[in-house]
Design a protein around this ligand. Structure first.
Ligand code: PMV
Length: 331
């Protein structure tokens, strides 16, 4: 280890972006390996929705340290990070504690998947800091162990997670006119984590069993719509899949409700805008915030309508790049 200490720089910084699933992941087949019940497809977002993380391993540290958005954590969040780092330490055969400083460009725990950008940045920064050379596919396998959706954020553009491994379908330049208008409804932490929520759905929902029989077809349709840049087919299926996941959540015992009145108002606005021609698709994860997928030419009109809803904030994202290494460390 002493030799290792001198050969490699034990510090690394990575910027990773969040992603929005067009076909959602909700439920694990294998809990320890984070293998999903079904495949999912996502678009990686841009740096407006990103996490920057610096990781350093050093014999100076007597325990793992986690500072997230300028706040030091010693609770479950630190435990989750430490457990993840244990996997990387084991792989690199290194026995040193780490300091992790991380900054999100958006509020944590809002259903804008901060765990996706967070764990993909952590996976890339921690492995690089320990001198491991991994392909992006291998890196995605590690990120998945931190958070399922994080595996997709390793790659830019449009990504398929085939329930185990991740692959890029098309890069961020393929459909550069596509946009995600993120409507922030609430920046309060969600009450039921996706991890706990999806387990309950798998265990108790009958609608969920039906979902699993159909989602393979949706994957095929959405993947083709991306390749052909067929907006209407994409939009219809994004909304169907989001609605279906939330129906399964509602069908869970006890019922899981992540949307609120404002989320439902957003759905109404989108349905109205789509009356004559489909120009927008709503998609909701495990929280009340909305993602509105549209084409660049409609962003202005849609944003204007959305901002009429009381109290919402809007961030617009293009298809984004995968993880980026940086020399501009946070400490
Ligand atoms: O990977 P997690 O635990 O953040 O779960 C993500 C689940 C959803 O965001 C609701 C869907 C998805 O595929 O991103």
């Amino acid at each position: 280890n002493i030799l290792l200490f001198f050969i490699i720089n034990m510090k690394s910084t990575v910027i990773a972006c969040s992603n929005i699933a067009f076909v959602k992941y909700w439920g694990k087949l294998d809990k320890s390996k984070n293998i999903a019940m079904n495949s999912s497809i996502s678009m990686t977002l841009d740096e407006n929705l990103s996490t920057k993380t610096t990781v350093e391993f050093s014999k100076e540290f007597k325990e793992d340290i986690l500072i997230l958005n300028n706040e030091k954590y010693s609770d479950n969040k630190l435990l989750r990070v430490s457990n993840f780092l244990d996997i990387i330490r084991q792989k690199a055969k290194v026995d040193l504690f780490a300091k992790v400083i991380s900054i999100n460009s958006f509020p944590t725990g809002t259903g804008i998947a901060s765990s996706a950008s967070g764990f993909s940045a952590l996976a890339a920064a921690s492995t690089k800091a320990l001198g491991l050379t991994l392909t992006n596919e291998e890196l995605a396998d590690y990120a998945r162990l931190g958070s399922g959706s994080a595996s997709r954020s390793i790659f830019g553009g449009f990504v398929l997670w085939d329930s185990e491994h991740c692959h890029q379908i098309k890069d961020e330049k393929h459909w550069d006119k596509l946009r995600d208008i993120i409507v922030i409804v609430s920046s309060v932490e969600k009450k039921i984590s996706s991890r706990a929520g999806m387990k309950k759905t798998v265990d108790t929902s009958t609608k969920y069993k039906q979902r699993l029989t159909k989602v393979g077809k949706t994957i095929e349709v959405v993947q083709n719509a991306i390749i052909k840049k067929d907006f209407e087919t994409l939009a219809i299926n994004i909304m169907k899949d989001s609605d279906n996941m939330h129906e399964c959540m509602f069908d869970t015992e006890p019922s899981l409700v992540y949307l609120n009145d404002t989320s439902n108002k957003i759905k109404e606005v989108v349905n109205k805008l789509n009356k004559n021609k489909i120009i927008a698709a709503y998609s909701f994860d495990a929280g009340p915030n909305a993602h509105i997928i549209t084409r660049q030419e409609n962003v202005e009109l849609i944003t204007r309508e959305l901002l009429k809803i009381f109290g919402v904030q809007v961030v617009v994202s293009k298809p984004g790049q995968g993880i980026k290494y940086s020399d501009d460390h946070l400490f």
